[in-house]
Design a protein around this ligand. Structure first.
Ligand code: GEM
Ligand code: ZN
Length: 312
């Protein structure tokens, strides 16, 4: 990094952005430093804020990217990406950091990215469960880091329209619920690991519904769009015991029921269309594979964001 600075000093120019993000895992401290640096270097198109704290007191940082990042503007839709709600599912956390870097560094040079940033307010929460991430023992399969510090699965912790069981809403869940209430999100995706598929609502059902939502056609379009633009997802990737998902998509409830999930909460209580993206067979893969995951998902991530303008 130093040589960049020296070179810029020699040329007599001030660098606007000197570091580039490495393909390694970033702990809580490194994520925060990265986001602060981005915000300091791109103050006019970014806004960094914490939507609350985890049980162990870690901030839940959200970086907003847009022409008017600090507030809602009439005619500019609100979009979000959330990763790492299961602390041991870490690919999404890293690729969202790369997405942040990609967006801000291509503003004003890449016409597609410039248009996206000018016309969309993009909210990115790289980690909804930083305590789980720090506690994870870096396994491919399940690890205790899935849960928050109080041992709650955050994807079973939202109010569920299909059941009546009371849940003890955790700090991380509450922060996301308040955030959803505060902003008028219309489109979202939530990143997980342990499979490779785009899963869409509903995740749960009751005696009179079969897991199919009123916007089934729109959700299928969105899930297919993500899978189609992904390097391999659309082929139906088989991870160990999972079945082959036709076109790389599935209805959540058909796959297996999830009660109290974030996806259904967004749709039912937040009027926000959210799908769940499973990014990797291995939940915590070796960091030498991170560049590959970024490359596999980059086009999907951009194309999916553009869908916020399809006029829902
Ligand atoms: C999931 S979320 C995706 C699967 N959804 C449904 N309805 N089967 C979970 O929370 O169990 C898987 C994951 O953790 O990645
Ligand atoms: Zn998960």
């Amino acid at each position: 990094m130093l040589w960049v600075l020296k070179c810029c000093m020699f040329l007599g120019v001030l660098p606007t952005f000197v570091s580039s993000l490495d393909f390694v895992y970033h702990n809580t401290h490194a994520v925060e430093s990265f986001l602060r640096e981005i915000n300091a270097n791109f103050p006019s198109i970014t806004y960094l804020h914490s939507i609350g704290k985890s049980v162990e007191g870690r901030d839940l940082w959200v970086i907003v990217i847009g022409k008017y990042p600090k507030m809602h503007t009439v005619g500019i839709p609100e979009f979000k990406y959330v990763a790492n709600m299961h602390g041991d599912e870490v690919v999404g956390r890293e690729i969202l950091l790369h997405l942040v870097e990609y967006l801000v560094t291509n503003y004003k040079t890449d016409p597609v990215i410039s248009r996206l940033i000018n016309n969309t307010r993009i909210h990115i929460l790289p980690s909804m469960n930083p305590d789980g991430f720090e506690a994870s023992n870096r396994d491919c399969l399940f690890s205790g880091g899935r849960y928050n510090k109080n041992n709650y699965d955050l994807n079973r912790n939202f109010p569920d329209a299909f059941g009546t069981d009371a849940v003890s809403i955790q700090l991380e869940t509450r922060a996301v619920m308040d955030w959803i209430k505060q902003e008028t999100f219309v489109l979202s995706a939530n990143f997980h690991g342990g499979a490779v598929v785009a899963s869409y609502p509903y995740d749960n059902a009751n005696a009179t519904t079969n897991g199919i939502s009123p916007d089934d056609d729109v959700f299928i379009h969105l899930a297919k769009l993500y899978a189609k633009n992904h390097a391999t997802m659309h082929q139906g990737v088989i991870c160990d015991s999972t079945s082959r998902f036709s076109n790389g998509i599935t209805n959540g409830y058909t796959w297996y029921a999830v009660k109290g999930g974030m996806q259904d909460y967004n749709y039912i209580y937040g009027q926000c269309l959210e799908i769940t993206i499973e990014l990797s067979c291995c939940k915590y893969p070796n960091q030498t594979t991170l560049a590959q995951y970024w490359n596999e998902n980059k086009v999907s991530l951009i194309e999916y964001m553009k869908q916020v303008h399809m006029g829902m």
